[in-house]
Design a protein around this ligand. Structure first.
Ligand code: ADP
Ligand code: MG
Length: 422
């Protein structure tokens, strides 16, 4: 993969696909980690006198056409403001994605200036399954610039126009964030020091069952394929241990015959979860599930937290966090780890009354002497709010789905497109 730093960019217009998909509370950014992570590449291009046009998505705009989506938002306006503050220079926000406004800005901007296109998902074509539909948007985006830099790691697993199709139309390279993320994930997927412990939480088991399945049946410690030149692992190494918490844990507990009350449950996934548990037992992969819970009678920040001492949750209650015994159990099962990958908070950390499990887990992982990687938008935001020392983890990944698909051994369309032809 060619590096953006090796491109000759002076006097050129560079389209940078970044991941600026930050969590918002209304129009207030609650965690600017993804914007900060995008700065090194943008700064480097500015310093080398390129005109930089940044393209990014935000949230999931709704509606069938551009006008409806643009009217409904979310606009990248607050992101443009924050990006400008962090860069210490103006950032011009285009009024559209690849229309008249973007075209005029691209034509008139000077070297060393930075512009941001509006939310690329205002264009329904961005996420279209139809190659021709995406291709038309890709042509309009490519027409804005001379060169393309892919730096939006969190979107690399998407076959979207701005991620997958534009790099096929312009000379392209990978940005610093993407290269850093891939370097760390490659360590996890080639020769992780053992014990290799994977911690998964978050809301939905259906999002993460594929990666769990692969980490359970993956290559055994003795048959790992040697590191190859390709950044795409084909057989990910097997985990030694998996700690499972968060909303997805209840489907695992239900598969083991426990009562889960009104907790998040994906009934239709129970058979697959049962099969994964059986595979894990066969492969000798230890699966650790919560042994107690913090529950409430409704999903709300002001609901009264109650500790349930066993794995079963009574009728009428829902699990919102792991309990104190689980926090200790998880810390013990992490203490000897040499490699840890963590994705997904173990509780509804957004509600302070149900954030203790996430804090305890974050602290336990920060004490591990070895390679520790935290991945996922919500997980990263959660740990950044805990005021742990800056070197608490080896790496905080900006990608949730992207890092999981990489660990699963899948080819990420955005990475494949950046490799092609360079
Ligand atoms: P990431 O963004 O780090 O990949 P996910 O998006 O998969 O993580 O999951 C994050 C969400 O999971 C959080 O919003 C959190 O509130 C939710 N969650 C965690 N535990 C539970 C639970 N017990 N019940 C419902 N939701 C939960
Ligand atoms: Mg998330």
């Amino acid at each position: 993969m060619k590096r953006a730093e090796d491109l000759d960019v002076a006097g050129q217009t560079v389209l940078v696909r970044a991941d600026l998909n930050v969590p918002l509370d209304g129009s207030a950014i609650t965690d600017d980690g993804r914007i900060r992570a995008s700065l090194p590449t943008i700064r480097d291009l500015v310093r080398r006198e390129a005109a930089v046009i940044v393209c990014a998505h935000l949230g999931r705009p709704k509606g069938d056409d551009y006008a409806t989506r643009a009217a409904g938002g979310p606009s990248l306006r607050p992101v443009a403001t924050r990006l400008s503050e962090l860069l210490g220079q103006p950032v011009t926000l285009a009024a559209d994605v690849a229309g008249e406004s973007a075209r005029i800005i691209a034509e008139t901007m000077d070297d060393g200036e930075v512009a941001l296109l509006e939310n690329v998902r205002f264009e329904p074509a961005e996420t279209s399954k139809d190659d021709a539909v995406r291709g038309e948007l890709a042509e309009r985006l490519a027409a804005l610039a001379d060169l393309y830099v892919g730096d939006g790691f969190g979107a690399m697993h998407r076959k979207h126009a701005s991620v997958y199709d534009v790099p096929r139309l312009l000379p392209h390279a990978a940005g610093q964030l993407v290269l850093a993320e891939v370097a760390v994930l490659r360590q996890l997927t080639t020769s992780p020091s053992r014990p290799y412990v994977v911690v998964l939480g978050g809301a939905k088991v259906s999002d993460k069952l594929a990666v769990i399945g692969n980490l359970v049946v993956g290559a055994s410690p003795h048959s790992i394929t040697p590191p190859s030149a390709s950044p795409h692992p084909t057989t990910p190494p097997r985990a030694d241990r998996m700690l499972i918490a968060g909303g997805m844990a209840y489907t695992f507990l239900a598969a083991e015959g426990h009562q889960v009350g009104n907790s998040l449950l994906e009934t239709e996934q129970i058979p697959q979860v049962g099969a994964v548990l059986a595979d894990a037992a066969k492969a000798g992969v230890e699966v650790v599930l919560p042994v107690d819970h913090v529950v409430a009678d409704r999903f709300s920040a002001d609901a009264k937290p109650e500790t349930v001492p066993g794995p079963d949750i009574p009728d009428g209650k829902l699990g919102l966090d792991i309990g104190p015994a689980t926090r200790e159990l998880f810390a013990r099962r992490l203490a000897d780890a040499k490699t840890v990958f963590w994705n997904g908070p173990p509780g509804v950390f957004e509600f302070p009354a149900f954030a203790a499990g996430t804090r305890a887990l974050a602290e336990a992982i920060s004490e591990v002497a070895g390679l520790t990687v935290v991945g996922g938008g919500d997980s990263a935001a959660a740990v950044r709010h805990l005021d742990l020392p800056p070197d608490a983890y080896t790496h905080i990944s900006t990608g949730g789905g992207a890092s999981l698909e990489y660990l699963e051994g899948r080819t990420l369309p955005g990475l494949a497109a950046l490799e092609d032809g360079s």
